[in-house]
Design a binder for this molecule. Structure first.
Ligand code: OXC
Length: 314
């Protein structure tokens, strides 16, 4: 069975990646994901120009009954140069295409990092994270359609390497139409949908307190509780975006059937976030073999046979 996938000229032998933010902040973590036999590659933690400690702890919490996770990490990362060094060192030693994620806190920071990437010999894919919900005082850029149009216009005026965007979930059909209309104006290599569902709140019944410290307990939701939202966003974008723009489906994957559903809805690659936190690296082999079993039962030999073939009811 062939589970490979492509984005532009990049080939992935396995369709699974870590979601940015999970197991990808330090070189040791990145090595683990990159070196795993069942990952297509690794997505590095979204970088800011300088290292950041992120928000105060506790800043990540697993909700009971496997409902999912809430986090307000606040972009802790080792800084742009660290990830540039890592990627340049590894890209000569692996055939897995590395994703360099950036999340500037301002428009100018994003453009400055894109300039550095353009001028470097980094030869992987770049993901512009327009959707981190956890930086106090900084709204998610991709909910501001004008700001999104403006950063992409300025970026594509000089940026010629493969570039994608990490999007927040949208919840209204009109918003799907609006964001797709903007994204379709640009030669994007991919969109990654969804980032966590921003600004949820969880309460500990024993203490009657919130469960994470930053932002009075408000944080991004992930895991099974966001699965239907991720599926809807993948499908809504696949049916609206130019076919050349590939889709990375992220959100709520805990088993092979979840990944199958995202691919059926239009995903080219699939990222695992919360469940990677919960289960660790073995999740990749398990979910891949479960996906293969679903495909085998349906007599599919590769992902293209069922990708984006979700049918509506007559
Ligand atoms: N999404 C992000 O884009 N970033 C992280 N969390 C999240 O849910 C973070 O660092 O807060």
């Amino acid at each position: 069975m062939d589970l490979s996938a492509t984005i532009g000229n990049f080939k992935f032998e396995h369709p699974f990646l870590n979601a940015a933010g999970v197991m990808c902040q330090t070189a040791a973590e990145l090595d683990q994901v990159l070196g795993d036999d069942y990952t297509g590659s690794v997505v590095m933690k979204s970088a800011t120009p300088s290292p950041r400690p992120g928000n105060p702890s506790p800043r990540y919490y697993e909700l009971p009954s496997g409902l999912g996770t809430i986090n307000s990490m606040g972009l802790p990362n080792e800084g742009f140069d660290y990830y540039m060094d890592y990627a340049r060192q590894k890209q000569t030693k692996t055939n897995k295409p590395i994703f360099f994620s950036i999340a500037g806190l301002t428009h100018d920071e994003n453009l400055a990092m894109l300039h550095q990437l353009q001028d470097s010999d980094f030869d992987g894919l770049v993901e512009l994270n327009l959707s981190c919900p956890n930086v106090p005082g900084k709204p998610q850029t991709a909910y501001d359609f004008e700001a999104t149009q403006s950063i992409l216009t300025e970026a594509f005026a000089f940026f010629k390497k493969p570039l994608g965007v990490k999007l927040p979930p949208y919840f209204d059909i009109v918003h799907f139409d609006m964001i797709a209309k903007i994204l379709n104006q640009f030669p994007l290599a991919f969109v990654n949908t969804i980032n966590s569902v921003g600004n949820g709140l969880a309460i500990d019944p024993d203490t009657d307190t919130v469960v994470i410290k930053p932002k009075h307990g408000f944080g991004g939701l992930g895991g099974p509780m966001v699965k239907a939202t991720a599926l809807a966003n993948v499908n809504a974008l696949r049916t609206r975006l130019n076919p050349d723009i590939k889709i990375i489906g992220t959100g709520g994957v805990t088993k092979g059937r979840d990944a199958y559903n995202l691919i059926l809805a239009g995903a080219d690659l699939v990222e695992i976030g919360s469940q990677l936190m919960v289960e660790g690296l073995p999740v990749f082999q398990r979910v891949e073999s479960e996906l293969a079993a679903v495909m085998q039962a349906k007599n599919y030999q590769n992902l293209t046979e069922f990708r984006a073939s979700l049918k509506a009811l007559d």
